[in-house]
Design a protein around this ligand. Sequence first.
Ligand SMILES: [Fe+2]
Length: 171
Amino acid sequence: MECTLRCWLGLRMRCICVIQDLIQELRSWKEITMALRWRSSFSCNIKEIDFQHSRLFEISSKLNILGPICNRIDFEDEILEVINELKEYTLYHFDYEEKLMEKFNYEEYNEHLREHEVFLAKVKEIEKDRSNFNRPEMVRSITEFLIDWITAHILKTDMKYREFFNNRGIY
Ligand SMILES: [Fe+2]
């Protein structure tokens, strides 16, 4: 009887610790959760490109669900799937932008292309290292990197073509 009570109390304490850890982990993801949304201030005033950018945020936000608990539940395959989906969609999106830039002889095409290449190389690197996918702090830093890069690229680099394309009738 005494042993059962001790076991029950031990189990209860372990449950409390797991819940406390989880709350702590979720707190550390709170800021990222806010950043994982496309906002109207990110608009390049080109409907299709805005849609594609919002998809990049949508795909990345899946990491926000899997990341905080990836050391308790095996989500390696699911996280790899998200990274892969992001890579594939990024390839499609970059190709769309690059073809449009080529078509209209966009003056900053080469610099823009280089940024795309650097990002894709980094995503491929992330994809290779599965050992990070069961460590919440690593998945968090991957998510932070993705979202920081996408946001900065839209605001600093993509925004430069907004007027250029709008002036050529692309909305
Ligand atoms: Fe771009």
